[in-house]
Write a protein that binds this ligand. Structure first.
Ligand SMILES: CC(C)(COP(=O)(O)OP(=O)(O)OC[C@H]1O[C@@H](n2cnc3c(N)ncnc32)[C@H](O)[C@@H]1OP(=O)(O)O)[C@@H](O)C(=O)NCCC(=O)NCCS
Length: 147
């Protein structure tokens, strides 16, 4: 597997497709393209035989990091791909001396919550009715890197 922070022009369509099919939110191809050229955002892909099978996108906000999306294509799950991607984010944050990594996840997204817990994130609180279609609370999770 190859982990890459270089995204080719044709690859944004694939990232947007993964985002849509996994109902990650409202971001489209243009949003991912804009984030790629914005130095506050980091996008990283995981590739198998030159095909994107997963990606992570996170944003640096002062001395903290916000994990916006992480996704691995269904047939490639439970093989450690998302762990490699989230470790990229954690290593990046540690190198940049960031203090915390925050994320939000649908309360019903049991698999992702388990994954985040295994990656060292803790439940911080709830944002009531944060999501729409369907309306659902967000669980706020955080990983502390330093005080
Ligand atoms: C969550 C997601 C990114 C995990 O990707 P993955 O590549 O399968 O994760 P990994 O293989 O690195 O999993 C590492 C560990 O996390 C836990 N884990 C991952 N997926 C899990 C699931 N569905 N149920 C329970 N535990 C899970 C396990 O402990 C796993 O280790 P194991 O396979 O040895 O038991 C993937 O399921 C996904 O893309 N989901 C849809 C998109 C999504 O919901 N993203 C999060 C939005 S906030």
């Amino acid at each position: 597997m190859i982990i890459s922070s270089e995204i080719g022009e044709s690859e944004f369509e694939i990232i947007a497709g993964l985002s849509k099919s996994n109902e990650l939110g409202s971001w489209n191809k243009t949003d991912y393209q804009k984030a790629y050229v914005d130095s506050d955002y980091v996008t990283v892909t995981a590739k198998d035989s030159d095909c994107i099978i997963g990606f992570i996108i996170f944003r640096v906000v002062q001395d903290e990091v916000e994990l916006l999306n992480i996704c691995v294509e269904n047939i490639h799950r439970r093989k450690g791909t998302a762990s490699i991607l989230i470790n990229y984010c954690i290593d990046f944050s540690l190198r940049q001396k960031k203090k915390k990594i925050w994320l939000e996840v649908r309360e019903s997204n049991f698999g992702a919550i388990k994954f985040y817990q295994k990656s060292g994130f803790y439940n911080y609180g709830t944002r009531k009715k944060y999501y729409s279609n369907p309306v659902e609370n967000a669980l706020i999770m955080v990983k502390t890197l330093s005080d």
